[in-house]
Structure formats: C-alpha cells, structure tokens
Design a protein. Structure first.
Length: 90
C-alpha cells in the first residue's frame, strides 16, 4: 500500500539506499517523507531505547529525525532527496 497521494505529477523516481537497502524516491521529497512512505518509521535510538526517534514536527524544530546521509549528520525532514544518497542511523 502506497502512502503517497495518487495522481500527483512528480519527477522520475531515483534510488537511495537506507542501511544498504534500495528505496525508490522522487527528487524534491524530504528524506523523512520518503522513509515514512517506505514504511521506515524508526529513525534511530534515543537515550531511552524504548522510545525510538522518528520524524515528529516535520519542520526542523525537534531534532528527532537526525540521520546520516553520505556520512553527514542531517535532519531528515529538511533534507531533499538526491539520487544515490546513502542513509544510515545517526
């Protein structure tokens, strides 16, 4: 089941890798939106392992969506998709 809205014009999909697994995404989408649409809700572990990190505010305020993209620490909700990105937990 796709979580993306149907019948919306989007650029051609590209592939990124999330912990070594290929994921299809559309350039311009935020990394957080792509991960959620692909079923990746758990972005990493916080100080309390029973409360994993994920996208929360989706506007760059809460810092709960921190991930590494190509080795660089970024906020997933503010990071646009680019073909070939390699995503790993922070």
């Amino acid at each position: 089941m796709s979580l993306r809205i149907a019948n919306v014009a989007r650029p051609a999909p590209v592939t990124i890798t999330v912990e070594g697994v290929p994921v299809m995404a559309h350039p311009g989408e935020s990394l957080a939106a792509v991960l959620i649409a692909a079923g990746h809700w758990r972005f990493g572990e916080g100080e309390d392992s029973t409360r994993p990190r994920t996208a929360f505010c989706m506007m760059g305020v809460c810092q709960q969506c921190l991930l590494r993209v190509d080795g660089r620490l970024v906020q997933a909700c503010l990071t646009p998709i680019v073909a070939g990105q390699a995503v790993t937990p922070a």
